[in-house]
Ligand binder design. Structure first.
Ligand code: SAM
Length: 460
């Protein structure tokens, strides 16, 4: 049967719920339409943007009657800016939607009929929570400017005057970089023509230390007076490190080798009472306040007694492992980024922690060798990127057969499918699962889980 809607058709729809990723869900005689910018309970006018056999996509162009969870968004750039998705959804409703998504993923993809879920932990700060921002330069008629990608557009940047996810200091530093760029008469790099010079600005702020790292990313060549840029940044006493990176490829990336223009190579952040050095390309959870909360939950689930060999896989700068080290016999970390591993080793020293070791490597390839070095682990903590545990890492982790695994995840769907494999093929049972909101106004949700080995490995 042909879909009951056509491209560009205008529809009047009532939104029932939110789908994973943040679109509203409406039904037209049973046919599902995913409505961007539609919130539960809204009646909207929407234009169809995509038609498939079983569903369509649409964009809400007018809110005809707002639903009960719709609120006013405080940010002047909302909803044009792609940084936030849900500023107009009441925070309690955001939390409920995220908790539902975790529950739904564990049931449908994880095959766990009654997941042992604890109440979602709300963010301590709903705004101004990020310790890292990555801005893009774009060329306006009156000069270069800095901002974030427009919602749904990889190729268009929106000038930002005040972002609600960073601090006042973060806004001031970004606006000062824009003023500097204009004064210098530089042009923003153009993604289509590959002309122009200024590409990105990375801003990192140690929220518990007040230290700031600034990284400018340009196209090839030294087309600015570095001393003048440093001077513009040093007007902020919090700025401790000014880096410059060249990106000579068309790819929009910022994790590049950097040249230190002024100050320290890295800044410091404090998490759970420990000091961490953070350099331009080292991983740090982007919400400091909630990272501390997350690590406390990991510590609670780990329930260490001081006798355990603990693995911290995907360890970044060692933050989880080092916060657990005081309660463990030994901690062993693996991380693919050499820069992060260097920071992890340095961070152990900085905190006088002597029972930890960190190695650079791909988890999927390195864990068998790790077992030879450390012996069998009593507890494995994994905190993989959004893609979850890649096939090899998952199978090898399963075969290691640690009595307990604490799985920290930023993607409930990959978490759920990894848990399914660990349960069905390797005899693990999910004991507790704690969703945590690290990123208000975005669809992202973090989750800490603990699994216990209760059965045999069935893998053939
Ligand atoms: C979500 S972060 C977790 C970092 C750390 N646990 C923390 O809380 O700050 C994931 C980390 O995994 C690393 N990574 C990605 N793929 C990897 C792989 N195949 N093997 C080892 N590390 C990997 C990334 O560089 C990143 O530092």
């Amino acid at each position: 049967m042909a879909p009951p809607v056509a491209m560009n058709q205008e529809l009047e729809l009532t939104i029932d719920s939110l789908a994973y990723g943040g679109n509203g869900v409406a039904r037209l005689n049973g046919f599902v339409v995913f409505v961007r910018r539609g919130l539960p309970g809204d009646t909207v006018r929407a234009r169809v943007t995509k038609v498939k056999r079983n569903h369509a996509e649409a964009l809400a162009t007018e809110i005809l009657a707002p639903g009960p969870v719709r609120v006013d968004a405080p940010c002047a750039h909302y909803p044009a800016c792609g940084g936030c998705r849900f500023q107009d959804l009441a925070y309690d409703a955001q939390l409920a939607a995220k908790a539902d998504q975790v529950a739904d993923a564990l049931r449908r993809l994880g095959g766990i009929a009654d997941p042992p879920l604890e109440q979602i932990v709300p963010a301590a700060s709903v705004f101004h929570y990020r310790n890292k921002m990555e801005y893009s330069f774009t060329q306006y008629e009156d000069g270069p400017t800095l901002g974030l990608h427009k919602a749904g557009r990889w190729d268009e940047v929106l000038e930002i005057e005040q972002c609600w996810l960073t601090t006042d200091l973060g806004n001031d530093v970004r606006n000062a970089v824009r003023a500097w760029a204009r004064e210098e008469g530089l042009r923003a790099y153009d993604q289509e023509t590959h002309n122009g010079y200024l590409r990105h600005l990375v801003y990192r702020e140690g929220r518990n230390t007040g230290q700031v790292l600034v990284q400018l990313v340009t196209a090839e060549g030294e087309r600015f007076e570095t001393g003048y840029f440093v001077e513009a940044m040093r007007r902020f006493p919090e700025v401790r490190a000014v880096h410059w990176a060249i990106n000579d490829s068309p790819a929009e990336v910022t994790n590049l080798p950097t040249k230190l223009l002024w100050g320290d190579d890295s800044i410091e952040e404090q998490l759970c009472g420990l000091r961490f050095r953070v350099s331009p390309n080292a991983f740090l959870q982007t919400n400091t306040e909630m990272a501390e909360r997350l690590y406390l939950i990991v510590g609670e689930y780990a329930a260490l007694t001081g006798t355990e060999t603990v693995w911290d896989l995907y360890c970044g700068i060692g933050s989880i492992g080092l916060t657990l080290a005081g309660d463990a016999l030994t901690v062993w970390g693996i991380e693919v980024s050499e820069e992060s591993v260097a920071r992890a080793i340095e961070n152990a020293e900085l905190n006088g922690i002597t029972n930890s070791a960190f190695f650079a490597g791909n988890v999927g390839l390195a864990i068998e060798e790790l077992r030879e070095r450390s012996g069998a682990p009593d507890l494995v903590v994994v905190d993989p990127p959004r893609a979850g545990l890649a096939g090899k890492a998952l199978r090898r982790l399963g075969r290691i057969g640690a009595p307990r695994i604490v799985y920290v995840s930023c993607n409930p769907t990959t978490l759920a499918s990894d848990l399914k494999t660990l349960r069905e093929q390797f005899g693990y049972e999910l004991r507790r699962a704690q969703p945590v909101d690290m990123f208000p106004h975005t669809p992202h949700v973090e989750c800490v889980t603990v699994l216990e080995k209760t059965g045999p490995t069935l893998e053939s």
